[in-house]
Design a protein around this ligand. Sequence first.
Ligand SMILES: NC(=O)c1ccc[n+]([C@@H]2O[C@H](COP(=O)([O-])OP(=O)(O)OC[C@H]3O[C@@H](n4cnc5c(N)ncnc54)[C@H](OP(=O)(O)O)[C@@H]3O)[C@@H](O)[C@H]2O)c1
Length: 279
Amino acid sequence: MTDHNHQVAIVTGAGGTLCSEMARALAAKGIKIALLGRDIKKLKIVEEQIAAAGGISLAISTDVTDQASVEQAQKIILEQLGKFNILINGAGGNQTEAITTINEFDPKELTNTDPDFRGFFNLDMDRFLEVIKTNSMGSIIPSFVFGKTMAFHGGGSIINIASMSSYRALSRVAAYAFAKSGMVSFTQWLGAYLAPANIRVNAIAPGFFLNERSTKLLTTPEGFTERGASIMKLSPMKKFGKAPQLIGTMNYLLDDEASGFVTGITISVDGGFLACGGI
Ligand SMILES: NC(=O)c1ccc[n+]([C@@H]2O[C@H](COP(=O)([O-])OP(=O)(O)OC[C@H]3O[C@@H](n4cnc5c(N)ncnc54)[C@H](OP(=O)(O)O)[C@@H]3O)[C@@H](O)[C@H]2O)c1
């Protein structure tokens, strides 16, 4: 994949912290980028940054959990940017009502009416399902729609985004973990399935990187929240990741020379979090 000027990549979640960085990095190589997300304002900021750096991108408001919306985006991409051979499935995230505020069962949750105290039995099951859907179908539907077109045009590369929750039952985030652990398995399955279509499918599992939501959850002006501090305790490198630290792994996975015999794998970029036994 060296003739970048004729390449087109689709990046979902492109208005967010990690995937805006990926989109900018790909655009800097001369690859044209379709920027997908729901909030067009966030996408337009990235589109402007890419244009200011001399790159080409197109912001398209899309709900990745909605097949019709993804198909509509595809129509626009094919018309305005042309054939694509890279898909980064970055859209994802969590919702407050699907996250417990406690780490283990507390009998108070059985009679609780305080919305700021949430045990598992106080969670909103509709929100729980939405989180599962965003972090599973939100990558499966784009793989289905765009993957079919990539197969038709001769191949390409798909990168999914997993998480530390894919491997460890991190407290509080059951719905997110349920979906992100499935993303490792889906990456294996689709990698094996699409090998004859000349499409490689891999994933990156970022450790803890600060974004808008996690900055509030994990940090204070003085340092760390309790949760942030417990993450640091289990992080050998004693720091959060920064979005540019994902770019080398992305480049490797997209490079047909460097990783042409690699499919179905998930690479952790986690400052040693998964390697750490905790004691
Ligand atoms: N930050 C971390 O530490 C970390 C660690 C492990 C994995 N991850 C994963 O890495 C990916 C990027 O995370 P991030 O930290 O960059 O989060 P982020 O800043 O919140 O970006 C995620 C983006 O996904 C988009 N999105 C959510 N639901 C969508 C939908 N239904 N359709 C289209 N777009 C949707 C959001 O944009 P709209 O609201 O505009 O749609 C948002 O800009 C996610 O999959 C996340 O789960 C992050």
